[in-house]
Design a protein around this ligand. Structure first.
Ligand code: MV4
Length: 449
């Protein structure tokens, strides 16, 4: 096992990774930007290194500063968390060049899955169903029109270098297609330096179902069941649960097999997520693979009992998984609410400031993954996630009631948060019946009353 790990991240996920290292007896090195000197991950780590100015491209995205920090402190491995450099194949490659283990899949797998057109090609060859759509880059309007006529409108244009819905454009007819195509290309070029786009049929009212997979470097590969992430706003997830109220044992087994098929085709090791859309007829379509630990991983940990971050660390150290598929027997229900420093009454606008009071929820079945404390100032430079409230209960209704209770207990003063929004979702009768899909927030949640 490693003796010292560098955590190349900040916020709640840096804290989460440090906790895993501590439980496994590994020393930790935090990195931080000048604005994060007083951040909790810095206080918790055994050592810390300042890697630059507040803007992420000068610190948390600065590959040479991070690698220097790892080398100078004698770290054998780097955990990238999520966001920042987590899905940067070049960074993973550079780690290996400098004799440092990147905690995640191989650079080749990261690169392959980061190119969504390439991922579609690879998955298409396995026989796992894709959303009907284009093959390769859509080079011009003529090709786009031919594909759209074939699969029929409405269609979605997606960026090959995107993912998570970034740069998606909807078109209902030929006229809209022309505008959507140029807008998507421009946006993709500006955001990712890669204007390649592809077309998918627009699936109406789908569920976003993702399967957690875990593989080692010896060919062992298992899945940890699904997460339902259908409650999203502008492609930002707000609430996730496991299992999904929409998935029965038979569909779960089918999705699990499909996810493993995809992972095998990608030579996957470490933790990863295979995302699917599931329509109202329970048709399942592969959409993408995420090659990182995800924000919502705790709901899977709560129902399976597997510590996914500890598993990543052990796998990176070359250990065998030590688990077979039959060992995974999900128990009960888990829900996660993302607590963002945003004001849901004002279109979820960011609400930076100082936390004047923080009294986290507790009690049976409650887990808080967070990094704030009373007196902490939330910097305006990074994403607005303050933490996550996660509950476990024997069944879904008890989990919902427990989350409602925990949210009431969870006091954050000084900034506006998404807590009032979560109360509205949890008290909504459609949500309680498990009826959640793409337009749930727009159709069922009104923050005005
Ligand atoms: C889609 C879709 C409909 N049709 N793709 C992709 C990334 C994820 N963040 C949302 N994505 C979607 N991709 C096709 N072909 C609808 C969504 C979508 C969505 C899906 C399920 C639940 C909530 C959603 C919210 C917004 C968009």
């Amino acid at each position: 096992m490693f003796s010292k790990i560098l955590v190349a991240n900040r916020g709640e996920i840096a804290v989460r990774i440090i906790r895993a290292c501590q439980e496994m007896g590994m020393a930790t090195v935090a990195v931080y930007s000048r604005t994060d000197e007083k951040a909790l991950h810095v206080k918790m780590a055994d050592q810390s290194v300042c890697i630059g100015e507040a803007p992420a491209n000068q610190s948390y995205l600065n590959i040479s500063n991070i690698l220097s920090a790892a080398i100078n402190t004698g770290c054998q491995a780097i955990h990238p968390g999520y966001g920042f450099l987590a899905e940067n194949a070049y960074f993973a490659e550079m780690c290996s060049t400098h004799g440092i283990k990147f905690i995640g899949p191989s650079p080749r797998t990261i690169k392959l899955m980061g190119d969504k057109i390439g991922a579609r090609e690879l998955v298409g060859r396995t026989g796992v169903p894709l959303v009907p759509g284009s093959e390769g880059d859509i080079k011009d309007l003529k090709i786009a029109m031919r594909v759209a006529d074939e699969i029929q409108y409405p269609v979605l244009i997606k960026a090959s270098a995107g993912g998570g819905g970034k740069g998606m454009r909807l078109a209902h007819n030929r006229k809209e297609l022309e505008k959507a195509l140029s807008a998507a290309r421009l946006e993709a070029e500006a955001a990712f330096g890669n204007g390649e786009v592809y077309i998918e049929k627009y699936i109406e009212e789908p569920r976003h179902i993702e399967i957690q997979v875990l593989g080692d470097e010896h060919g062992n590969l298992i899945h940890l069941g699904e997460r339902d992430c259908s409650i999203q706003r502008r492609n930002q997830k707000l609430l996730e649960e496991s299992p999904s109220p929409f998935i029965d044992d038979k569909l779960r087994a089918k999705l699990g097999e499909m996810a493993l098929e995809v992972a095998r085709a990608a030579d996957y090791f470490s933790a990863g997520t295979v995302e699917f859309l599931v329509d109202k007829h329970k048709n399942c379509y592969f959409i993408e693979v995420n090659t990182r630990i995800q924000v919502e991983h705790p709901v899977t940990e709560m129902v399976t009992g597997v510590d996914i971050v500890q598993a990543q660390l052990a796998i990176a150290a070359g250990e065998e998984l030590g688990l077979v598929q039959e060992d995974i027997q999900p128990r009960g229900w888990s829900i996660e609410c993302r607590i963002n420093a945003e004001d849901p009454n004002f279109d979820f606008r960011p609400s930076a400031g100082t936390i004047v009071e923080y009294l986290p929820a507790g009690g049976p079945g409650v887990r808080v993954d967070s990094f704030i404390y009373s007196g902490y100032s939330v910097p305006p430079y990074y994403d607005s996630l303050l933490g996550k409230l996660i509950v476990w209960a024997p069944d879904r209704i008890q989990a919902i009631d427990r989350m409602d209770r925990a949210l009431k207990e969870h006091i954050i003063e000084g900034v506006q948060t998404t807590i009032p929004f979560h109360h509205k979702v949890l008290d909504n009768s459609f949500f309680r019946r498990g009826e959640v899909y793409t337009n749930f927030i727009a159709r069922r949640i009104n923050m005005e009353n």
